[in-house]
Design a protein around this ligand. Structure first.
Ligand code: 2PG
Ligand code: MG
Length: 428
């Protein structure tokens, strides 16, 4: 057995896809194995997320990096990297706050993930195989952004992510090929309309639209233009990110200059579900609108996937409460929302046991870090959200999944539409 004792932890400042500083952690083990990971950063952040520690200037990560090189390195030196739960417990104890406010979740998640990489390296295994522990895994169904919006596009439209899911794909490779066609068809539609204005933060086309609904209509047209049957072969997934424009039961659609209460929001969204081939909706109501989430899920949860992102913030406790409430039927899993691998896994386990959809997700501020692709596959989460089909911090992740699919060879299975919590209902 290789000696997986942690011998060295290094933190450093690196830079993310929006040009903001972020934390990288590097870990060395006694056996010579090595692991490295970089914390991502969100723009539309849930109020209850673990703290992304920034210096007094609001952007710097010198304090977070110092926490890696100082107290974290001291506390973890000599620990066994193969005992991820112990490592994460030590990080949680050292932090001592309920939300990683002292060390910063950007520091802890980089260290937690780097430890995981080092432990896999010690076994000579790719991370997904190390995580799978011999159990069968599936390549996740990707949801891929075609138009960006919300906080990722200067609030040009209110909806944040307009994405597609290639439901007819039989492999991950085919899902990407289908999505590429839709992405380029959407670009052509924008060009033909004289509305091509580059891309938003995650690589989706800039949303030059007069209304939120026009964005959805254009996406349907892009799917058809790419040669697919909307809803059947390629369907729509929306991240409303409603906490960005709603709180206290009041929602303000800036683009359309109108205000809605919680019922009004539900009604508008149900209308969209009725008119467009939408199979998944994320954060339809704001993070503080529990009654709204429950109402929406009661009305639509049998037909579509309803994902809690800001609403759940990768918290096992909140997933548990939402299962009891029937407030959604799927969870978005972002390791930096809670700050450790073990806490992310706990949220996934609860959601899976409840028959929920599970989507491992990137943040809008990303890097070349590939950890989430391995988590999604190795944990057999079923779904993966990475952003759009452009910009290398996104493509690096899609391309990594292709390598994993190839590595699995004839054993490669693709989660496909079965990863959605409601497939059985749709089929009957
Ligand atoms: C989300 C993510 C990714 P952010 O809301 O799901 O689109 O955005 O990282 O800005 O929270
Ligand atoms: Mg979201």
């Amino acid at each position: 057995m290789p000696d997986t004792t942690i011998t060295r932890i290094t933190g450093r400042r690196v830079w993310d896809s929006r040009g903001w500083p972020t934390v990288e952690a590097e870990i060395e083990l006694a056996c010579g194995a090595h692991g490295r990971a970089i914390a991502p950063a969100g723009a539309s952040r849930g109020a209850r997320e673990a703290v992304d520690l920034r210096d007094a200037d609001g952007t710097g990560v010198k304090d977070a990096v110092a926490n890696v090189n100082g107290p974290i390195a001291t506390a973890l030196a000599g620990m066994d990297a193969s005992q991820q739960a112990d490592i994460d417990r030590a990080l949680i104890a050292l932090d001592g706050t309920p939300n990683k406010a002292r060390l910063g979740a950007n520091a802890t998640v980089a260290v937690s993930l780097a430890t995981l990489h080092a432990a896999a390296d010690a076994q000579g295994l790719p991370l997904f195989r190390y995580l799978a522990q011999g159990k069968p895994v599936r390549l996740p169904l990707p949801e891929i952004q075609i138009f960006g919006g919300g906080a990722h596009a200067g609030r040009r439209i209110d909806i944040q992510d307009l994405m597609v899911m290639a439901l007819a794909a039989k492999s991950f490779d085919e899902a990407l090929e289908m999505t590429a066609r839709v992405y380029h068809a959407a670009g052509e539609l924008m060009r033909d309309a004289g509305k091509l204005r580059g891309v938003a933060d995650e690589g989706g086309w800039w949303p030059e639209f007069g209304s939120n609904e026009e964005a959805i209509e254009t996406l349907v047209r892009a799917i058809a233009r790419a040669g697919f049957v909307p809803g059947d072969e390629v369907a729509i997934s929306l991240d409303i990110a409603a906490s960005e424009f709603g709180s206290g039961g009041h929602y303000r659609l800036g683009l359309e200059g109108r205000s809605l209460d919680s019922d009004g929001m539900c009604e508008m969204l149900l209308g969209w579900l009725h008119r467009y081939p939408i199979v998944s909706v994320e954060d339809p109501l704001a993070e503080d609108d529990r009654a709204g989430m429950m109402r929406f899920t009661a009305a639509a949860g049998q037909r579509v996937q309803i994902i809690g992102d800001d609403y759940l913030t990768t918290s096992a406790e909140r997933v548990q409460a939402a299962i009891a409430d029937h407030a959604c039927n799927a969870v978005l899993l972002k390791p930096n929302q809670c700050g450790t691998v073990t806490e992310t896994r706990a949220a996934l386990d609860l959601a899976k046991a409840a028959g929920w959809g599970c989507i491992v997700s990137a943040r809008s501020g990303e890097t070349e870090d590939l950890s989430i692709v391995h988590l999604a596959t190795g944990w057999d989460a079923g779904q993966l959200k990475v952003g759009s089909f452009a910009r290398s911090e996104r493509m690096a992740k899609w391309n990594e999944a292709l390598r994993i699919e190839e590595m699995l060879g004839i054993d490669a299975r693709f989660a496909g539409r079965a990863a959605l919590p409601l497939t059985k209902l749709w089929l009957c």
